[in-house]
Design a protein around this ligand. Structure first.
Ligand SMILES: C[S@@+](CC[C@H](N)C(=O)[O-])C[C@H]1O[C@@H](n2cnc3c(N)ncnc32)[C@H](O)[C@@H]1O
Length: 218
């Protein structure tokens, strides 16, 4: 298994070998982030979301978890606007610098603060919401994400398989217990919610794609 993927190293390497390479700006940004152990969206997940954005008529995106702005920059190249939330002030500063260097500050708004707090006060409507933040909190984000997502919109949740740990039986080390319990509850909720149709894919660290419908036609 490649360190950051739940799929085998062989499959992951093969999938990545088929992707068109990043341009130099994104290559450098990704490399610098990974050298500092700042996790960024994996190449095969970016590609999946490019397909989703293009095919589901996604114009505006809310992202939870900006880090250095790598995923936001990727998304903004495919849609009209991105609002991205980050609670770490240093990351916010770095993301803003990177977004300006990418020439995308007219398309991307970086909000500094806690995602749940921001969402509770937000009355926007989004075509897609991408959750890539503290995994133990996804379950708390869910009601606000559902409220802010338009009918027909797409909720994408990253890292939901937590390196395969959510599927393992038996002893869970104490430091991972709450995260795994919360993630399992989250996956159960999005899989059984009347308004959501969800598919969970074992690429990257596990990606869940949920479409919001109405109670009758989810
Ligand atoms: C995995 S990184 C995001 C990577 C980014 N999406 C990318 O692919 O380039 C997760 C980020 O979420 C932020 N974060 C975690 N929980 C948060 C919360 N409740 N509100 C806002 N930001 C949060 C962390 O500070 C961290 O920088």
């Amino acid at each position: 298994m490649i360190d950051d993927s739940v799929a085998s190293a062989e499959i992951t390497q093969y999938l990545r070998s088929l992707l068109k390479p990043n341009d130099e700006f994104l290559r450098t940004l990704e490399k610098e982030a990974l050298e500092e152990y700042i996790p960024v969206i994996q190449p095969e997940v970016v590609q999946l979301l490019r397909v989703v954005i293009k095919s589901a008529g996604i114009k505006n995106i809310l992202e939870i978890g900006t880090a250095v702005g790598y995923s936001a920059i990727n998304f903004a190249r495919e849609c009209e606007s991105v609002v991205t939330i980050e609670r770490d002030e240093d990351m916010v500063r770095r993301a803003k610098e990177n977004i300006a260097s990418a020439g995308l500050d007219d398309k991307i708004t970086v909000v500094c603060g806690d995602a749940l707090e921001f969402m509770s006060g937000d009355n926007g409507t989004y075509d897609m919401i991408f959750i890539d933040a503290a995994k133990g909190q996804y379950i708390k984000f869910l009601p606000e994400c559902k409220r802010l997502l338009r009918t027909g919109g797409i909720l994408v949740s990253d890292n939901v398989l937590y390196r395969g740990s959510v599927a393992k039986e038996g002893f869970i080390p104490r430091k991972h217990r709450t995260i795994i319990t919360n993630l399992k509850q989250y996956l159960y909720e999005i899989s059984n919610d009347k308004e959501l149709t969800t598919s969970i894919l074992p690429i990257g660290d596990g990606v869940a794609i949920s479409r919001k419908g109405t109670d009758d036609n989810a």
